[in-house]
Design a protein around this ligand. Structure first.
Ligand code: HEM
Ligand code: PLO
Length: 488
């Protein structure tokens, strides 16, 4: 229990109700910025109470490292919330499930399934390349119009995850695919808008309309997932594991055959678990990667000199006679550096998903009570002036040495994927996708502001991911390609 009187808890914000209202007024409606700024007054570690939730805000990398790594197990919990319980059938997934044998088991299963597909990395590379080719063809077809690239990027990334989860693939305009894009957007809009409600409980105002939308979209998603599961059960054969659903089914059948009923009770590999786990990978796989691609395009438009350098590097190291491959990664340090800089300056998950203290513990010299929600402000870490020179400036060179080689880590204050027990499960996949999609794109196109339009807004919209506001692009086919038939 708590040693309430004597414990040395982090400094607590005095004006708690005001935080909530601050966020709903004026320009400060971006929690990651507000909580970053509050450091100036309260220091890097402070607490606040929202309703009955005691929250601890972490703003520097020393403290983050303790939460992620040094005391990772103390802080590996998640809490139940209305919206995530809706999304995950009370935490029968990975991202929103509390630390438990069942969570551990599912995470391991998915991890080894992803590794397996990664080992057939060739296969994964082929899948991504096919989607990149199709994306580029679409851009050629539409190149004379000011284009919102978001749906095209989403389509490409969704298809990669579809191959992984369902071993299926969609053509442009497929109704099932379109419905999938719609419900996913609906979930992001409502779960993520202001309404991350009780994932971030200071966002109190939760219009019922949004909750209805969320429920409706989750229901549509569930019908689709259930259909996929039924099809996979029908077609399942022991010796061919084609995708994530097969891998999960195989684990389930193994467990049932082994009669290890205690184990299966404990970890509960039910249909619900399979569905929610796949839903998680699907959601996490699409929204995050697509968002980074959008940010990368937006920054390339703002910084034509960066775009030019990426293209020069590609022209020299790959040329125009062949497609970019994963094996080119080490030869394109400038592109790598740009990807890292995008992940730094606009972290996908600026406040992660709150961790929960599973027992009484400590951060720095402060005690943290069991049950506290610990929010790590990745935005603060990535914009820490003690760690980064002019952190607000976009500059891929900070990740390169004087010879243009990648530096291992210019600062330890860099955690775009988190770290430790709850580290992102899709980091490897995400990095593959970012590298290949962007290499294909910049090999062929220059992205610019279409006539009569303005540069993208770089501010971002806080939500379950830090979203880019919609913008229009002109994807201009580069001169050299005009004479070359696109090789796909
Ligand atoms: C969790 C970042 C792509 C699956 C996370 C977390 C972050 C993150 C910051 C939370 C860590 C924490 O709570 O401490 C990113 C970024 C991505 C990306 C920046 C793309 C650039 C992906 C992809 C997948 C994925 C492609 C799917 C294959 C997951 C899952 C979790 C997670 C399942 C929950 C892990 C857990 O709670 O145990 N990711 N992610 N992510 N990510 Fe990603
Ligand atoms: C995105 C919308 C989907 O329809 C459902 C979904 C599932 C998993 C979530 C993801 C959403 C957003 C990004 C999250 C991911 C789990 C881990 C990831 C929160 C809500 C991050 C960046 O932490």
């Amino acid at each position: 229990g708590r040693k309430a009187q004597h414990a040395n808890y982090p400094i607590s914000l005095p004006t708690l109700p005001i935080i909530g209202s601050l966020l709903h007024l004026g320009n400060h409606s971006q929690p990651h910025l507000l909580f970053c700024n509050l450091q100036k007054k309260y220091g890097p570690l402070y607490s606040l109470k929202m309703g009955s939730n005691y929250m601890v805000m972490v703003n520097n990398h020393e403290h983050a490292r303790e939460v992620f790594l040094k005391k990772g197990k103390d802080f590996a919990g998640r809490s139940h919330t209305v919206t995530t319980d809706l999304l995950s059938r009370d935490g029968k997934d990975i991202a929103f499930a509390n630390y438990s044998p069942s969570w551990k088991f599912h995470r391991k299963l998915v991890h080894s399934a992803l590794c397996m597909f990664g080992e057939g990395a060739l296969a994964l590379e082929k899948i991504i390349a096919a989607e990149a080719a199709s994306l580029c063809q679409t851009l050629i077809d539409l190149r004379n119009q000011p284009l919102d690239m978001a749906p095209e990027l989403t389509r490409a990334v969704t298809n990669v995850v579809c191959s992984l989860c369902f071993n299926s693939n969609y053509k442009r305009g497929d109704p099932e695919f379109e419905s999938m894009l719609r419900y996913s957007q609906g979930i992001v809009d409502t779960v993520a808008k202001d309404s991350l409600v009780d994932i971030f409980p200071w966002l109190r105002i939760f219009p019922n309309k949004d909750l209805e939308t969320l429920k409706r979209c989750v229901a549509v998603r569930d019908v689709l997932l259930e259909k996929k599961l039924a099809e996979h059960k029908e077609a399942y054969s022991d010796n061919t594991v084609n995708d994530l659903i097969d891998a999960l089914l195989k684990a389930k059948l193994n467990m049932e055959n082994n009669n290890s009923s205690t184990l299966s009770k404990e970890v509960g590999l039910t249909d619900d678990h399979i569905l929610m786990t796949v839903g998680d990978i699907f959601g996490a796989g699409v929204e995050t990667t697509t968002t980074v691609l959008k940010w990368a395009v937006a920054y390339a438009m703002h910084y034509p000199e960066v775009q030019k350098k990426i293209q020069e590097e590609i022209d020299i190291k790959i040329g125009f006679d062949r497609q970019p491959m994963m094996s080119d990664r080490s030869r394109l340090p400038y592109l790598e550096a740009t990807i890292r800089e995008v992940l730094r300056i606009r972290p996908v998950a600026p406040l992660l998903v709150p961790h929960v203290a599973l027992k009484d513990s400590s951060i720095g010299k402060f005690n943290i009570p069991k049950g506290a929600r610990v929010v790590i402000n990745i935005w603060s870490l990535h914009h820490d002036e003690k760690e980064w020179v002019n952190p607000g400036n976009f500059d891929p060179n900070r990740f390169l040495d004087d010879n243009g080689n990648l530096v291992h880590t210019p600062s330890p204050s860099f955690f775009p994927f988190g770290a430790g027990i709850r580290v992102c499960l899709g980091e490897t996949l995400a990095k593959m996708e970012l590298f290949l999609f962007l290499a294909w794109l910049f090999q062929r196109f220059t992205v610019e502001v279409p006539e009569g339009h303005t540069l993208p807004d770089l501010e971002g919209k806080f939500g379950v991911v830090l979203q880019v506001k919609e913008f229009k692009v002109k994807a201009r086919l580069r001169e050299v390609w005009k004479d070359i038939a696109i090789r796909t």
